[in-house]
Design a protein around this ligand. Structure first.
Ligand SMILES: [Zn+2]
Length: 108
């Protein structure tokens, strides 16, 4: 179902470091908040890990945001790629994850 769709979407993304495509086996879903999904991907070639946010709604094109940091969230908002509401949702979601994110990241 949706997790499979998201992983397939992720598998079309290249590692920001070496350009290798991520493999579905190396993609983990951390959680989601409405249409906003958070994933962790690790590169099979250089083993770099990145956090990924994807906005996936039923009636819209999936949008993937890699290497998520708060600074970059602001940049995306400035670039008009996300609505202010979506950025706010993301911030709130990350805030809810305070203290838990490292635990989630260390999960298999
Ligand atoms: Zn890589």
């Amino acid at each position: 179902m949706e997790e499979g769709l998201i992983k397939r979407l992720m598998a079309s993304i290249k590692c920001g470091v070496c350009g290798q495509l991520y493999e579905i086996d190396n993609i983990g879903v951390l959680g989601h908040h409405q249409d906003l999904w958070f994933l962790r991907a690790s590169c099979s070639a250089c083993h770099t890990q990145c956090l990924v946010a994807a906005v996936i709604g039923e009636e819209r094109e999936p949008e993937v945001i890699t290497d998520l940091t708060e600074v970059e969230l602001d940049r995306f908002r400035d670039a008009g790629m996300l609505s202010a509401d979506e950025v706010l949702d993301m911030h709130n979601f990350l805030k809810d994850f305070d203290g838990d994110l490292s635990r989630l990241l260390s999960q298999k």
